[in-house]
Write a protein that binds this ligand. Structure first.
Ligand SMILES: *Cc1c(COP(=O)(O)O)cnc(C)c1O
Length: 398
């Protein structure tokens, strides 16, 4: 049965009068989440107190929810676990990869990657010593830069600014051919595209839950470790909950079985409860349908904007197979234009220096939202409504 996206849309609590095209930064509130949070706070935490760890299954939340995400990213069940933030999971995957490839010293990434991923890599190299380095090349030069000096290729599948999508299977295969490992950051692909980490051969994959998976601000990240590495990978962040027997309180660390070892400390139970409820929206969703719908929404937006706003320059690849689920346009006054759009109820975001970014999320974005957004954007551009002082002062979070 084809996925019913009007039914999934009805499962979200979107504010009246808002066209929300920023689910790629923070997903909106699924209607079922507040009641689940209330239950987790009052019936579980309030009444069960510490017995909630056993009685309410809090301790299993990271792996149980990891399995729900595994389906969405094409991973084998039992090989995804939740915890920490994405930056931490990037560090964990990198540190483990470098240890698995001890003769090599180079982390290869691209200049389109999200800065936090690059900062984490730089920080890790500094800790490991001067022989280690992070090398970044332009996104289109990645394939050519994969050589036998590279220990690990670390890429974000979908570029957070332009929406360009890397070819995961091809680049991973190239990395493996020269003896390198591959880490894929799925921040802008999990829940947005037809990600296939197992088929794509990823050694590690990481991603966050508060963007397209709608867990709410501060929701935990996930990490996937390929089954072939599950029992040999050594977790650099060897916290007690990744131990084989946390409650034996041994003085020596022994990694837990499989993906359990990638856990670090106490899981964020309330955030996981919110995520668990948010994932119910995905139960009837086929990823192939999601991808098809996402392409249709993005194409409609590109066609509409190009027909009405000649000064906006498309920054996203025109070929749908080479992009994720967002569309970006460049304009030197991008910041002010986005503020003017937000003032009119169309919420996208601005990414320095000149990118207007719009996320399309089939679960709750309808074609009428695309039409409405195009119409308002065209008006703002035609009347230069953005050219007002109040749209030019920058807030702390953009
Ligand atoms: C959103 C995003 C992050 C954010 O990391 P946090 O630790 O969750 O704040 C990191 N990397 C990429 C590629 C992202 O898109």
């Amino acid at each position: 049965m084809p996925t019913d996206f009007s039914a999934t849309r009805a499962m979200f609590d979107l504010p009246e009068g808002v066209i929300y095209l920023d689910g790629n930064s923070l997903g909106p509130l699924p209607r079922a989440v507040p009641a689940r949070l209330q239950q987790a706070a009052t019936a579980e935490w309030g009444q069960m107190l510490i017995t909630g760890w056993n009685k309410a299954g809090w301790m299993e939340l990271p792996t149980r929810i990891g399995d729900r995400i595994a389906r969405l990213i094409g991973a084998e069940a039992g090989h995804v676990v939740m915890g920490d933030t994405l930056s931490i999971k990037v560090y964990q995957a990198l540190a483990s990869s470098l240890e698995m490839n001890p003769k090599r010293r180079v982390i290869l990434s691209d200049t389109g990657n999200f800065p936090s991923d690059l900062y984490m890599a730089e920080g890790l190299c500094r800790t490991l010593g001067p022989e280690y380095s992070l090398k970044t090349v332009a996104p289109e030069d990645v394939a050519a830069a994969i050589d036998d000096t590279v220990a690990v290729l670390m890429l974000t599948e979908v570029d957070y600014r332009t929406g360009r999508r890397h070819d995961m299977p091809a680049l991973t295969a190239k990395a493996h051919e020269v003896g390198a490992l591959a880490i894929w950051d799925l921040a802008h692909s999990a829940g947005a595209t037809d990600v296939k980490v197992a088929e794509g051969g990823a050694d590690f994959a990481v991603g966050c839950s508060y963007k397209y998976l709608n867990s709410g601000p501060g929701g935990p990240a996930f990490i996937y470790v390929a089954p072939r590495h599950a029992e040999t990978v050594r977790p650099a962040l060897s916290g007690w909950l990744g131990h084989e027997k946390p409650f034996a309180f041994d003085l020596d660390y022994r990694p837990g079985s499989g993906i359990e070892r990638m856990r670090v400390g106490t899981p964020p139970v309330l955030q996981l409860a919110a995520l668990d409820a948010a994932l119910d929206v995905w139960d009837g969703v086929e990823i192939a349908d999601l991808r098809a719908r996402s392409i249709e929404l993005c194409e409609a937006f590109i066609a509409g904007v190009e027909a009405t706003c000649p000064t906006l320059e498309l920054a996203t690849p025109r070929d749908a197979s080479q992009r994720g689920s967002q569309v970006s346009f460049r304009h030197p006054e991008g910041y002010a234009i986005m503020q003017a759009l937000i003032a009119r109820g169309v919420i996208g975001d601005f990414r320095a220096p000149d990118i207007l970014r719009f996320g399309f999320t089939p679960l709750y974005t309808a074609f009428e939202d695309v039409e409405g957004a195009v119409k308002i954007l065209a008006e703002i551009m035609a009347t230069a409504e953005w050219d007002r002082p109040e749209f030019k002062t920058r807030a702390k979070v953009t």
